[in-house]
Ligand binder design. Structure first.
Ligand code: GLN
Length: 490
């Protein structure tokens, strides 16, 4: 699959039609899905209908935007009117939303072509897409391995060329970590930059929607299309939309030089040596491009994970109370009374990881424990935020590995939740502080698995983040490699 800009050029030159581009994506999906399982629903009819409309516009000589006719995948926790939205959960098995999320509406208005809804960990709780109630998704670089998660389906679909770009959501790393495992670019925007209206809530103070693409430019274009104030989301920020793609330059020359901080605490114990090597090389490359490198300490960074696993389950326990068999989706049969209907529905409808989080959250919020756990975790959150604020007094962006390892084998971590949680060690603090974070490919390990470099920006500094990521990407070959997807799973 070509880039957004290449496809746009082909469309306006009338070399190819939007219908042909959509058909090509749908054929590739059909060919690869038996191996990858990245989609939960394929929306071929909607895609072809949207593509036809773009072709009609071109035929009528009307101007089209960059995203018109571009095949896109949507994570299955974004409400799409008339199209099932399961959130990877049995409890939403029959849920067909009566309304459209703000982001998917913006994309439809821009003429993007939705090819399907992508697989995910149940309610976005997980780091490998293995907690989906429906299917596991496999990493296109090695079909025995996980794609990361929870937006694993969206990362794989882009990496394998089943669509050009996709949307995911990131509460603790669910865009950046799978982007790193699948060798693509993924960005979690500043909290409040992108409307969450129509995003099925996991942990509302952390959730953000963001783009995946095979290049920084594709991600910048998609981000530009989904940002903006939305009165439907009370946390939406009133900021002027920016054309992020316009300011990308292949060299690193932000005004007044560029200072990049390396987060000291993310190196050392627990970090895979091949990841460390690749990230160290990437930092040297940034220096060669003209950046000044400073080592920065964020001493409270390591408390991010424990604080997150109090705050996120607490919010989740409240958010998921609405799934009671009355209002949405699944309802268990054979209940004797209302209370038993609630219990049976929730017991059968939720998977093990979701139940674990509901229990942790309910416990942490209960009278007598609230101060000891929830309040304490919120205080830690403030300390982490202050670490970042201090760091951004002297640097433009921060860098560190996106994940401590490359993609793990399927099933390797499913019996040990703590080891699974550790995969998000480096991404979680960014959500706690509400900052933008991006993962860009920075090499491969000795087994040919992709490695990601995380870049973290100050509040609303997506433009700086994308500029630096673009300059880095253009000076390295990593984004040019594509997975072969030849071996079959044994
Ligand atoms: N893996 C983390 C979790 O399980 C983050 C998930 C996410 O960002 N949605 O909560």
């Amino acid at each position: 699959m070509a880039s957004i800009r290449e496809l746009h050029q082909q469309l306006i030159n009338k070399e190819r039609s939007a219908v042909e581009i959509a058909q090509e994506a749908l054929e590739r999906i059909q060919q690869l899905e038996p191996k990858l399982h990245s989609f939960l629903h394929i929306t071929a009819d909607r895609a072809l209908e949207q593509a036809k409309q773009v072709d009609a516009k071109i035929a009528a000589g009307e101007p089209i935007g960059l995203l018109a006719g571009i095949p896109i995948g949507i994570k299955d926790n974004l409400c799409t009117k008339g199209i099932p939205t399961t959130c990877g959960s049995r409890i939403l098995e029959n849920f067909v939303p009566p309304y459209e999320s703000t982001v998917t509406q913006k994309l439809a208005d821009a003429g993007a072509v939705t090819v399907g809804k992508t697989n995910m960990d149940e309610f976005a709780m997980g780091g490998s897409t293995e907690t989906s109630a429906y299917q596991m998704t496999f990493n296109p670089w090695d079909l025995e391995r996980v794609p990361g998660g929870s937006s694993g389906g969206s990362a794989v679909a882009v990496s394998a060329g089943e669509c050009v770009v996709s949307l995911g959501s990131d509460t603790g790393g669910s865009i950046r970590q799978p982007a790193s495992f699948c060798g693509v670019v993924g960005l979690k925007p500043t909290y409040g930059l992108v409307s969450r209206y129509g995003l099925v809530a996991y942990a509302s103070s952390l959730d953000q929607i963001g783009p995946f693409g095979r290049s920084v430019e594709d991600v910048a274009i998609l981000l530009g299309a989904i940002v903006g104030y939305d009165p439907q989301d009370s946390t939406s920020l009133k900021v002027k939309p920016i054309d992020y793609a316009k300011s990308l330059r292949p060299d690193l020359k932000p005004k007044g030089g560029c200072v990049i901080g390396v987060i000291k605490e993310t190196f050392g114990e627990g970090l895979d040596p091949t990841v460390e090597q690749a990230v160290t090389k990437a930092i040297a490359q940034l220096q060669d491009l003209g950046a000044e490198i400073r080592v920065i300490s964020c001493p409270n960074f390591r408390y991010g994970l424990p604080a997150y696993y109090i705050i996120a389950p607490s919010e989740a326990s409240a958010n998921l109370a609405r799934y009671d068999g009355v209002k949405y989706g699944f309802r268990a049969d054979n209940a004797e009374n209302l209370v038993s209907m609630y219990a049976k529905t929730r017991s059968a409808g939720f998977g093990a990881e979701v139940k674990r989080r509901i229990m942790i959250g309910t416990y942490a919020l209960s009278a007598g424990y609230y101060d000891a756990y929830y309040l304490k975790a919120q205080k830690v959150r403030t300390l982490i935020k202050q670490d970042f604020e201090k760091a951004f007094e002297q640097v433009d962006i921060l860098v560190c590995p996106t994940a401590p390892t490359t993609a793990v084998k399927a099933g390797e971590k499913t019996t040990d939740p703590l080891s699974m949680y550790l995969l998000d060690l480096m991404t979680i603090p960014v959500n706690l502080a509400g900052l933008p974070g991006l993962s860009v490919p920075c090499g491969f390990d000795d087994q040919g698995l992709p490695i990601g470099l995380q870049m973290i920006g100050n509040v609303l500094k997506e433009e700086t983040l994308l500029q630096i990521a673009y300059a880095y990407e253009q000076s390295t070959p990593w984004h040019q490699y594509i997975p072969k997807i030849s071996a079959s799973r044994s």
